[in-house]
Each structure stands twice: as structure tokens, then as C-alpha cells.
Design a protein around this ligand. Sequence first.
Ligand code: PMP
Length: 432
Amino acid sequence: MPDSMKKLEQLLGRVRSSITCTRPESVASVQTAPTLDDYPEHALLQSMQRLYREEDGLANPYFQARRGALNGGLEIGDRQYVSFSHYNYLGLAQDVRVKQAVHDAVERYGTHVGAARMVGGEIELHAQLENELAEFTGFEATLISVGGYSTNVAAIGYLLDQRDLIIHDEYMHNSGIMGAVLSGARRLAFPHNDMDALEHLLGEHRRHYRRALIVVEGAYSMDGDLVDLPRVVQLKQAHGCWLMVDEAHSCGTVGATGRGVCEHFGVLPAQIDLMMGTLSKSFASCGGFLAGRRDLIDLLRHFCPGLLLYSTGISPANTAAALAALRLMRTEPQRVTRLQDNARYFREQAIARGMDCRTAVPGVPIVPLMIDNDGALKLMSQLYENGVVAHAVMHPVVPRNAARLRCFISADHEPGQIEQTLDLIGRHLGAA
Ligand code: PMP
């Protein structure tokens, strides 16, 4: 491995604190203007830039702008690529009916809603989408907001405080963790999907706190496995907790008709206190939503800073795209079937080629292919040079020595694209 690569891998190891938790305190005796040199990420960025700039450096797969639409592939410059980096799960982002709905909404409402929803920024489409999302997910009520990430931060940050306890899966998305940090509640992580460990922590700590919230993902975004929903529901009931399930990756993809983990496990939505979803994946748009009991959703709608309060309403275009996508999801459930078939096929074919997919559940549209930590950047660039966009995820986003090529599957992928890509990955892994 070239020296520059080694240095880069070392630097990668040093940035974890800023991504997952608080930064170390800096102890400046002289008060000077802050510099970027204090940030380990700054050195990492410079090192990456050098790596990709060198004469015979690696092909840079980051921030590459595509020219046309996303389907199973995409175009960058004058070249066609197959993509496993996009969560356009149901292939609705380029659907003519979704695009037409966006055109119509912009024509009718203009490009923005004008204010926070409560004070003038409400458009008819907001309530339509919220009502139809409630019907689809099976919860009493929902609310939509401008971002998935900010939805988690705002809701968790608002609902709990210093007197409370938040227990989350160690692989919980950063937005959930940042919400917990914002809340000021005691935060504990349990080992991934280890329900016995969760039970143990609850037994030990629950009684010392006023409210307690368990936070899990429906389908885990790095591993493509599912929460053990029946067990976590049983634990939340036994220990008097709220349960929040982030269904960013499972809503629209998991369950016979894409209604998520409740449908998959046969659990009643009423047994979950708060479901979080994003509009930026299956829903071919951008934004976030929460679903739950009407009184809880009403409370959040009126008082949670950063959801509808102190923040502009989600745009007409984004609302219309999600609404049109949702309607297609309901009338064309074959998209979900095709997605799940593709995901199952990808995983099967990867395993048949000797690849390690960790705990990925068949049919879930995220499949990790475990790779050597040191070779991750190189592999990603080699694939890019060969017409495949698939991004590697390394520490600190995933645990040390658990680097992987994280592949998102789409209903748009053809079996041939899956086979050719896996052959190519297999050749490069074999040659590493
Ligand atoms: N939760 C999970 C599990 C995610 O993977 C993501 C982002 N991919 C989010 C929340 C944030 O959603 P958004 O991208 O819509 O901001």
C-alpha cells in the first residue's frame, strides 16, 4: 500500500470523536482565533485531496455530479455507471407521474411555502401527505418536516431531558445519537440487536430515571439486518419505556407491501410510540416524518423546535413528490416485490462468490460486502474506474475492522447488472 494510503487510513481512525460524539476540549492558554488545524477531519480531508490529486492517484468517487436521471445506473461526464450507492429503492425518483406531480405543485403553489407551517406556511398538500402516510403506516397520525436527520434530532432532543434515560442500539444512526446528546438525557448504547443486553441495562438503570426511551432502527443502514421488533416491544412494555423505531430504510421496502417492520413482524403499529421515516429514500423526495398516537404527534407538531416550529414548512415540490410516490407504492406493490427479489438475489449471488455479507437479512435492500480495511479506498476507486459506483464505509462510521462496501439495491436493477458488478468486485477482492 502506498505511504499516502497508509497515512490516510491512520487519519480515518482519528476522526471518530467528531462524528460519533463530542470533541475533546481544547485547552488554549492564549485566546486566538480558532483554526481548522484543531480538527482531525481537516488533516484527513487534505490527505484525501492529495491522494486523489497525485499523478497516478486513485479515481475519486466522491462528489461526482451525475448528468441525467437515476435508474439502476447513472451518467457522469460521458460515461455510464451502474450504481449501488443510491437509495432510490423503488425507482420512483424518475417516474413520469412523480415528476408531473412536482410540476403541478410548483405551478400551483410556487417554489416555497413562505413561512413555518403554523404561521402561514401550510399548503393543502401537507395534510394530504400526512393523512395518507398515516393510512399507509397504520399509525393514528403523522407529521412531515424538512429533513430526516433533523426530524430525529429535534424529536428526541425535545421529548427527553436530564431526568430521563435513552437506550439505543450501538448502530443507531448518528441523527438519533445527536438527538440524545441534545436532550441531555443519560445515554446508554446496547450491543447491536442484543436484546438480552438491552434487558439487562433496563433492569439496572430504568428505575433511576423518569422517562425512558428505547431507540432502534427498523432496517439497519450499514448492515441490512432488522430489529427484533417483537422482543423490543415486549421489553419496552415490561420496563415502562417509550419505543422509537427509525424506519428510514424499512418504510417502503420491508414487509409484503412495504409498510415496514410492523408489517414484516406482524406487530401492531399502536405498540410503537414513535416511528420515524424519511421521504428521501423510497419516497423519492426529501424530508422526514414521524408517526404515532395523535396526542403525541399533536404535541410535537405544536411545540417541538426544529420540526414545524422555528422552521419553514417542507416545500411544495418535495411534498408533492412524496405524495405521488406514496400513491404509486400503494397501487404498484409489485415494485416492492421486485426490490425484495433483487435484494435477495444480490445477497445470494454475493455469498455464492464467497463474499461475507455479515448479518444482512435476505430481501432487505442494503447488503454489506465486508472488505479489508486497508484496501477499502482502493477498491472503491477501482470499481469506479470500471464503471461501478459503490461506496466503502469505514471506521469511524462502522466499527474498527468492519469496513465494507455498502450496497443499496433498487427495484430498477437488472439481474445482469447485479451479476456483472459482483463478478467485478470478486475479481478485485481476489486480486487484493
Ligand atoms: N435515519 C437513518 C437510519 C438514515 O440512514 C438516515 C440517512 N440516510 C437518516 C435517518 C436521515 O435521513 P435523511 O437522509 O432524510 O436526512
